[in-house]
Design a protein around this ligand. Structure first.
Ligand code: ADP
Ligand code: MG
Length: 247
């Protein structure tokens, strides 16, 4: 088991709020790892720290054994580590294929080449990935006209377009209907199995994360509360208390 991502004693505070307090965790290459915890427990902050969105106050973050905590978002993306957001980030005024072509520029090609030299190959790949997420029929529709769930699928396809080695998803199923949720879980598993993409997933829906992840970390009040296999986490009194206490 090779560690792809190693978070080692990472802390982040915002003024008086300690959002992450000396968190250590590992994501093995090829794995699907979950991150859970009540609202405000520091999950998104940890993702933001990992992908270089803001500097950390203490600790170390390594990707393929390389220290990345001083790098910025685009540099980390070029190393093959990408994230999606709790709120979708799509270009509503562009069609689905165009959204994928633009997202590819983050890693592979300069923006200006997308519609010219590499255009045909890029378009072919974009259509394959839209097929993969079940949006092929919608490929020429404006992204802004898709349902929220379909926009989430589009955002997932956009991330795949950059061929990440590891993808971090922040609440991918939030706000989408149960039918699309099952489809998304299935696609996430296939992206892991068929494309070899390591997944690190924040998820609020317990059923989803228990079904998806092979190892789960649970945060509470900015600290790592528990970790283990889904069945262990599900029955862990500390985890149950943290969730009950939050409501
Ligand atoms: P989660 O994703 O688990 O719901 P967050 O990481 O978003 O939790 O938030 C953890 C804590 O950090 C919360 O108390 C939140 O208010 C605070 N926080 C997060 N981001 C910021 C920010 N940019 N500025 C100030 N406080 C923040
Ligand atoms: Mg969050």
């Amino acid at each position: 088991m090779t560690a792809l991502l190693e978070v080692d004693g990472t802390s982040k505070r915002f003024g008086g709020v300690v959002a992450n307090d000396a968190i250590s965790l590992t994501v093995p290459e090829g794995a699907i790892v979950g991150l859970i915890g009540p609202n405000g427990s520091g999950k998104t902050t940890l993702f933001n720290s990992i992908v270089g969105y803001h500097p950390i106050d203490a600790g170390s973050i390594r990707f393929r054994s390389r220290e990345i905590s001083a790098l910025r978002v685009p540099q980390i993306a070029r190393l093959g580590l990408l994230r999606t957001f709790q709120q979708t980030r799509i270009y509503g005024g562009l069609n689905c294929v165009q959204n994928l072509l633009i997202s590819r520029s983050t890693r592979r090609e300069p923006f200006r080449q997308l519609f010219t030299l590499q255009g045909a190959r890029g378009r072919e790949r974009a259509e394959e990935l839209l097929e993969f997420v079940g949006l092929y029929e919608k490929r020429n529709l404006l992204a802004g006209d898709l349902s929220f769930g379909q926009q989430k699928l589009l955002e997932f396809a956009m991330a795949l377009m950059s061929e990440p080695d590891m993808l971090m998803l922040d609440e991918p199923t939030a706000g989408i209907n149960p039918t699309l949720i099952n489809g998304l879980i299935d696609r996430l598993k296939r992206a892991n199995a068929e494309f070899g993409i390591t997944l690190f997933v924040i998820e609020h829906n317990m059923r989803v994360i228990m079904n998806l992840a092979e190892h789960i970390y649970c945060l509470a009040h900015g600290e790592l509360l528990a970790e283990g296999k889904p069945a262990d986490i599900q029955g862990d009194p500390r985890v149950i208390d943290a969730y009950l206490g939050a409501h």
